[in-house]
Each structure stands twice: as structure tokens, then as C-alpha cells.
Write a protein that binds this ligand. Structure first.
Ligand code: DX5
Ligand code: ZN
Length: 235
């Protein structure tokens, strides 16, 4: 019957609100107190910690590297979701794996052989993600889905927190949801950039299941309330 929820082959149920995973982005934390910030966000109910790695070359900003990731790994057990905005990325994959990343995502533009990079991440025993810039088409990931555990849709141009959500990415999220469902495999669909309690719902409706939020979480005084607001708005 058409009004009943329909389960698609991947088990993702479009007609029942999903509870999104919330991955606060450390980029908006107080960098003078990173250890305490990581402990605080885990206690506030974060599902994952999103760590933005920027090299001042692939993106016009510099953040931190594997040494900092390794130091923070001691402060919490929640999964570390490492978003590489560096080129080349291949020479650093092992260092981030050894530092304690659980998932390593990279942009197709960061190197000549995305398939090989994903194989490398998997061989290191980590989950592998592909990140699509606002102008990068969904086809960039179409032929590597068997090596992909997560697709990240950038809803801002990477490099800085605090930017406005780019609405045109919603149709890309929906297209990727269809592409993922057609595989019959579970692949996370994550959105990063300008995610707030206001924009979260449209991301989830389009098919996302993991939301990254920097300013909307670490930029607030009450982290638990900020996470709950995004989760509640999305569900
Ligand atoms: C941007 C980063 C994001 C950023 C998001 O290049 O990839 O993770 O921290 O920040 P907000 O949520 O403030 O847009
Ligand atoms: Zn990010």
C-alpha cells in the first residue's frame, strides 16, 4: 500500500524520519583548549568528531595535522572522522591512520588516482570517504562506490567555517541517495558546511544521514543543547 513505509534495498527507509548522526567540526572549537573541547563534545552527545585537515594549498587555510589528531585520540573514544583538505593526500594517509582516525575522507581533486587512495585507506584498516566540492559532480564517485564507506557533500566551498549553506547541493544529496540505494550497500551520506538547526532538516529530507556542524555546535555555549537542536530539527 502506497502510504506504508517502503524499505529500499539498502534498508534506508525514506518515509520514516531517520535520526541523523551529528559530527561536530573541531574547526570551530577553542584551539587553546582542544583536549577539553573534545571531552566536552563527547559528553554533550556527539556521535563522531569531525577533524578538518587543511594545508594552505588545496584550500586557503591551515589547520592541524596528525600529531594533533594523535594527541586528541587519547581524550575520547568517539569515532574520529578525518576530512582531508590536502593535496597530495596519499603521502599522509598512513600517518592519519596511525594517529587514530576511524574514517578518512579525501577529495577526488587531491590526487590522480582516487581508486588507489581508497584502496590504501581500506588496507590501513580504516573506513574510506569521498568528498565532493560544490562544483564536483556526483559522477566523480560513481565508479568507486565499492570502495566507499561515506560520501561527503560540501555545502560550502572548503577552507573555512561559518559560511552560508549552498542550497544547490540539496539536489546533489538526493541524487547521491538514489545512487547509494541502488548499490544495496550501506554508505553514509554526510553534509558539511553551514549546517544549522534550520538547514539540517532539508539535508535529511534529501537523504543525508550524517551532519557536520562547526559554528552551530562549537560556536554555541551549550554544546548538548546545540547538538540536540540539530538532531531534533532534522528528525
Ligand atoms: C569547511 C570544513 C567544515 C567546517 C564547517 O571547509 O570542512 O567542516 O568546519 O563549519 P560550519 O559548520 O561553521 O560551516
Ligand atoms: Zn569538514
Amino acid at each position: 500500500m502506497p502510504w506504508l513505509p517502503r524499505r529500499n534495498p539498502s534498508g534506508y527507509n525514506r518515509f520514516v524520519p531517520v535520526s541523523p548522526l551529528i559530527a561536530p567540526s573541531l574547526l570551530a572549537a577553542d584551539f587553546s583548549r582542544l583536549g577539553e573541547e573534545v571531552e566536552a563534545i563527547a559528553a554533550a552527545g556527539a556521535d563522531w568528531l569531525h577533524l578538518d585537515i587543511m594545508d594552505g594549498h588545496f584550500v586557503p587555510n591551515i589547520s592541524f595535522g596528525p600529531v594533533v589528531v594523535k594527541a586528541l585520540r587519547k581524550r575520547t573514544t568517539i569515532p574520529f572522522d578525518v576530512h582531508l583538505m590536502i593535496a597530495p593526500a596519499d603521502p599522509y594517509l598512513a600517518a592519519f591512520a596511525e594517529a587514530g582516525a576511524d574514517l578518512i575522507s579525501l577529495h577526488p581533486e587531491a590526487g590522480p588516482h582516487l581508486h588507489r587512495s581508497l584502496q590504501t585507506i581500506r588496507a590501513l584498516g580504516k573506513k574510506a570517504g569521498v568528498v565532493l566540492n560544490p562544483a564536483t559532480p556526483v559522477e566523480a564517485v560513481a565508479h568507486v562506490l565499492d570502495l566507499t564507506d561515506l560520501i561527503l557533500v560540501m555545502s560550502v566551498n572548503p577552507g573555512f567555517g561559518g559560511q552560508s549553506f549552498i542550497e544547490s547541493q540539496l539536489s546533489k544529496i538526493a541524487a547521491l541517495r538514489r545512487m547509494i540505494d541502488a548499490t544495496g550497500r550501506h554508505i553514509h551520506l554526510q553534509v558539511d558546511g553551514g549546517v544549522t538547526a534550520k538547514t539540517a532538516r532539508s539535508c535529511i529530507e534529501a537523504g543525508a544521514d550524517v551532519l557536520v556542524a562547526g559554528t552551530a555546535v562549537f560556536g554555541q555555549t551549550d554544546y548538548a543543547a546545540a547538538i540536540a537542536a540539530i538532531r531534533g530539527a532534522a528528525a
